[in-house]
Write a protein that binds this ligand. Structure first.
Ligand SMILES: Nc1nc2c(ncn2[C@@H]2O[C@H](COP(=O)(O)OP(=O)(O)OP(=O)(O)O)[C@@H](O)[C@H]2O)c(=O)[nH]1
Ligand SMILES: [Mg+2]
Length: 359
């Protein structure tokens, strides 16, 4: 039986990206996002190929001419891996790997892989393992017996912690049940905490937002806790809570959480339900935005949609972070606060706004 081997050390692999373009208007955004994701998975992107979704080919996603172009490039440039910015079926993954003779990662596997790299706490690891198992289970029939594509090392092959990924249906199903049970236990203990918190009148404030916006940095600045912050996507997977003093003997519970991204794979949304419930149940969501990101307005929309989808309908406050990187003025709407962790700019204003929002 084939196994996915766990590789903990980051290996740089040479990759090309294929982006099916659904909407010409979003093309630059899509390319920028998938390139950053690939970088965060330890891939060195050598070239990005694009094609309109109209040229869609059910068997290999890209049309025959494009397939030839990609094949030639891969052969001539010693490429290890193809990233496809799309959700592929098991047979599409197999067809592409057979045609191109390289490892193929779709958008979902790439994101799950970054999560696998970053899972630290047992809760994070359980949730990532569950997402991996769900991903494998739905593509199992096409994956077994194919030419070692899911063996080997590097991106797409990593397992959280000590676990090894196995391509065995019965084992996967059993493991999924066990993992779900563990997540149910986490949720139950969270519920218990929530009841206690409410009984004691302690409000909960959650940092949410697009990945890499600066949530953990803000958490660290406000609570002086040292949480891992890095200029890579999905640096945080674990929820961490700390008291945040607001002055006048008042305090709330501040929680740092996982970052969001467009088209968050449903395997991850379902597997990270314990974390997302924390966001949903909060009295206030601090929606952190990297205002220096060229696409920040788009990122605000994406985060708002995810927050709506998970039912986080309560109070929201938008923090326009990384203000120090701005060269010109920016328009600020009501319930938005300009902030900079780097310059420690906006701390008192933010605490005040939190206090008012929690009243
Ligand atoms: N220049 C500047 N950089 C910042 C600021 N705040 C955060 N950063 C940097 O932005 C990067 C991402 O910060 P994190 O705090 O890890 O972001 P996050 O939102 O927690 O990211 P994920 O956990 O990956 O979703 C890090 O390299 C930070 O040092 C800021 O105000 N100014
Ligand atoms: Mg973080």
């Amino acid at each position: 039986m084939s196994k996915l081997h766990q590789v903990l050390e980051e290996e740089i692999e040479r990759a090309v990206i294929f982006c099916p373009i659904e909407n010409e208007r979003d093309k630059d955004y899509q390319i920028a996002e998938i390139s950053r994701l690939s970088f965060s998975a330890g891939l060195e992107v050598e070239k990005v190929f694009t094609q309109s979704i109209d040229a869609f080919n059910r068997r290999t996603i890209m049309g025959t001419g494009k397939l030839e172009e990609v094949r030639n490039y891969i052969r001539d440039n010693d490429i290890d891996c193809l990233v496809v910015d799309f959700q592929l079926t098991g047979s599409q993954l197999r067809n592409l790997a057979d045609e191109l003779k390289v490892k193929v990662l779709d958008r979902i596997l790439l994101i799950i892989d970054i999560f696998a790299l970053n899972a630290r706490s047992s809760e994070g690891k359980i949730q990532v393992k569950l997402a991996q198992d769900r991903y494998l289970l739905t593509r199992l029939s096409s994956m077994t017996g194919s030419q070692g594509r899911f063996g080997g090392k590097g991106a797409g092959m990593r397992g959280p912690g000590e676990t090894k990924l196995e391509l065995d249906r019965r084992k996967l199903e059993k493991e999924i049940l066990t993992l779900q049970n563990e997540i149910d236990k986490i949720k139950a203990s969270r519920k218990q905490n929530k009841i206690l918190r409410e009984k004691n009148g302690i409000k909960s404030v959650v940092l949410g937002g697009y990945t890499n916006a600066g949530k953990s940095s803000i958490f660290n600045l406000l609570t002086r806790e040292n949480i891992y912050a890095d200029d890579k996507l999905f640096a945080t997977l674990d929820t961490t809570s700390r008291r945040l003093f607001l002055g006048d003997n008042e305090f709330c519970l501040l929680t740092d959480t996982v970052g969001f991204i467009s088209k968050l794979p449903h395997e991850l949304v379902e597997s990270f339900s314990a974390t997302l419930e924390e966001v949903k149940d909060a009295d206030l969501v601090l929606h952190v935005v990297d205002v220096a990101d060229k696409y920040y307005k788009r990122n605000i929309e994406i985060t708002n949609k995810i927050l709506d989808d998970i039912g986080a309908t309560k109070n929201r406050l938008v923090i326009l972070n990384k203000n120090d990187l701005l060269s010109g003025p920016v328009e600020i709407e009501e319930n938005q606060i300009l902030f900079s962790v780097k310059k420690k700019d906006g701390v008192e204003k933010l605490k005040n706004a939190i206090r008012i929002a929690l009243k």
